[in-house]
Design a protein around this ligand. Structure first.
Ligand SMILES: CC(=O)N[C@H]1[C@@H](OP(=O)(O)OP(=O)(O)OC[C@H]2O[C@@H](n3ccc(=O)[nH]c3=O)[C@H](O)[C@@H]2O)O[C@H](CO)[C@@H](O)[C@@H]1O[C@H](C)C(=O)N[C@@H](C)C(=O)N[C@H](CCC(=O)O)C(=O)O
Ligand SMILES: Nc1ncnc2c1ncn2[C@@H]1O[C@H](COP(=O)(O)OP(=O)(O)OP(=O)(O)O)[C@@H](O)[C@H]1O
Ligand SMILES: N[C@H](CCC[C@H](N)C(=O)O)C(=O)O
Ligand SMILES: [Mg+2]
Length: 487
């Protein structure tokens, strides 16, 4: 049990009714989870308004309510607290409830359109190699050192973040690396967190359905940097023109990394093959098993973060060359002379980068067959763009379903097809069923060819009309190639 006024420490209050000294058992922001003695925080969402569930929360035994609008009817023996921003308040309350775990370890947030999961996973793996107990909050999974906690979001809600950080501290973690999605920043899931630093990878087209415009999307990312303290570091990609935008009015120490423009951490690609990357960082040469220019950026950002966290340069480079990277990001499966690459590229920029990387490491006359779809109930404007990019950089393209969610899969595919240039129609197929599409790609492939299976990476399901059916691109392609037993 905790005293309500202690949980509300540093929260901007507008008015209160009732006893602020009341003891509360836990914090909830979903009426369905309220237990006797909880404090219920009413949040305005995209689908409904938490204020409409205050009565239900009280029926379930809530003893205090935190809200932006006081209800018309005030009940006896209940404490009501009116705040300026419920989502922001929830983050601060959760931090107080769990005794500010983010101040007890070094927490680094990574934001940007692409590369967040790759960067935090590399940081997690690197710091384990450096001998620390480490936490991870990512799209693929959350981890308390070795213990895996399944992830439902790229960035969990603020209550969950604080609970996980609290567990990390209890289990001796000294560092935590987390992704900060733009949705999470806007919804204040990161409120109440104390960051040692934040890293900006890049920004390009995504999530315009949610943010409304590219400017709003940039502003969302910038909010993370605006909130950093002056003791923190703000590390940005100097080669992305929005990098400097992130640093404007940012109190933290400004740091940059890049391959092209002058930067505090400057790298140079010496070689880039299907086997890996050779980079020069601070006049030292180093080999990494990851490939492609975009991974050179990710590795450079990771290197810079480690140095800014006080690690020793030689040791960081040594350990970084060993780490495997994130699941479902450029996963290579080579069977019967055919190379299948499963990659989570689900934005135009990511798809273009992956395809350019594949083109860049091609050695001969092999063909590149690309299989790609776009998720349902997500940004529609990226659909024609991704189809166009796929056809421009591949010899053959199969447009297929990603996670259709509640949309008609064929309608998504028609929107994609609209982006294909008429001259490219003959190399483009539309196959709604993803398994059939993979099978067709495998049948078309000859020895030496490369099949890129884009969009779902590590995902182990396909979401269709609210049901998650088991589906793992990596397993499906292996199974099909084995079945066809190409020789
Ligand atoms: C669009 C979006 O981000 N929605 C998130 C948001 O939900 P919401 O605003 O729609 O909530 P709502 O359903 O309107 O409900 C409003 C409030 O009423 C409460 N409520 C609701 C019903 C009820 O019976 N009782 C009750 O108390 C809810 O708990 C909530 O507090 O807040 C919820 C709680 O934190 C999130 O689970 C939910 O994520 C949904 C499931 C989602 O799909 N989010 C995706 C888009 C997302 O967040 N993606 C990013 C990654 C994007 C990237 O790739 O960069 C991520 O971080 O995962
Ligand atoms: N630095 C980068 N720049 C551009 N593309 C990248 C970069 N790093 C990875 N990618 C591409 O983007 C895809 C997604 O990478 P990753 O999962 O690391 O990004 P993310 O930012 O975590 O994505 P999400 O928004 O879904 O959480 C990869 O599979 C790869 O194709
Ligand atoms: N975090 C991203 C993941 C997209 C992955 C893709 N497979 C899809 O389902 O659209 C999102 O929620 O937009
Ligand atoms: Mg991610």
């Amino acid at each position: 049990m905790k005293v309500l006024k202690d949980i509300l420490y540093k929260v901007s209050l507008t008015s209160t009714i009732g006893d602020m000294g009341v003891e509360v058992s836990e914090i909830n922001f979903d009426s369905r989870l309220v237990k006797s003695g909880s404090v219920f925080v009413a949040i305005r969402g995209t689908q409904s308004d938490g204020h409409d569930y205050i009565d239900i929360a009280l029926e379930k035994g809530a003893s205090a309510i935190v809200c932006e609008r006081m209800p018309d009817q005030i009940k006896e023996n209940i404490t009501y607290v009116q705040v300026v921003d419920s989502s922001q308040s929830l983050g601060i309350m959760a931090a107080n409830y769990y005794e500010n775990p983010s101040e007890k370890l070094k927490l680094v947030a990574v934001t940007g359109t692409n590369g967040k999961t790759t960067t935090v996973t590399l940081l997690y793996q690197l710091f384990i190699e450096l001998g620390y107990q480490v936490g991870l909050l990512s799209t693929v999974e959350n981890k308390i050192h070795e213990k895996v906690i399944p992830a439902t979001h790229t960035t969990p809600d603020s209550l969950k973040i604080q609970e996980l950080l609290h567990q990390m501290v209890l289990e001796g973690c000294t560092h935590c690396f987390m992704e900060a999605s733009s949705h999470a920043i806007v919804q204040r899931r990161t409120a109440g967190l104390h960051f040692a630093g934040a890293l900006f990878t890049n920004i390009s087209h995504d999530h315009l359905d949610y943010h409304g415009s590219f400017d709003e999307y940039i502003k969302a990312k910038k909010l993370l940097f605006d909130g950093l303290s002056k003791e923190a570091f703000a590390l940005v990609n100097a080669d992305d023109k929005r990098g400097t935008v992130m640093l404007q009015n940012c109190k933290a120490t400004h740091q940059t990394f890049g391959l092209k423009f002058p930067a505090d951490f400057k790298g140079k690609i010496l070689s880039n093959t299907i086997e890996g990357l050779e980079l020069e960082i601070n006049n030292k040469q180093i080999w990494f098993r990851m490939i492609g220019q975009f991974n050179a950026y990710n590795l450079l950002g990771v290197f810079a973060t480690a140095i800014l966290l006080g690690e020793e340069e030689e040791e960081v480079l040594m350990q970084l060359s060993k780490v495997p990277g994130a699941q479902g990001r450029f996963d290579k499966i080579s069977l019967f002379g055919i190379t299948a690459i499963v990659d989570y590229a689900h934005t135009p920029d990511a798809l273009e980068n992956v395809l350019k990387t594949i083109q860049g490491v091609r050695t001969g006359g092999e063909q590149v067959i690309t299989l790609v779809g776009c998720g349902g109930n997500r940004d529609r404007t990226k659909r024609p763009v991704m189809a166009k990019i796929a056809t421009q950089h591949s010899d053959k393209v199969i447009l297929t379903s990603d996670n259709p969610r509640n949309e008609d899969p064929m309608a998504i595919l028609r929107e994609m097809e609209a982006g294909v240039n008429p001259v490219d129609f003959k190399k483009t197929l539309i196959i709604e069923d993803r398994r059939e599409a993979i099978k067709t790609a495998a049948i078309m492939a000859k020895k030496g060819d490369i099949i890129l299976i884009a969009g779902k990476g590590h995902e182990t399901y396909q979401e269709i009309k609210g049901v998650k059916y088991p589906f793992d691109d990596r397993e499906v392609v292996k199974e099909i190639l084995n079945l066809l037993n190409k020789n």
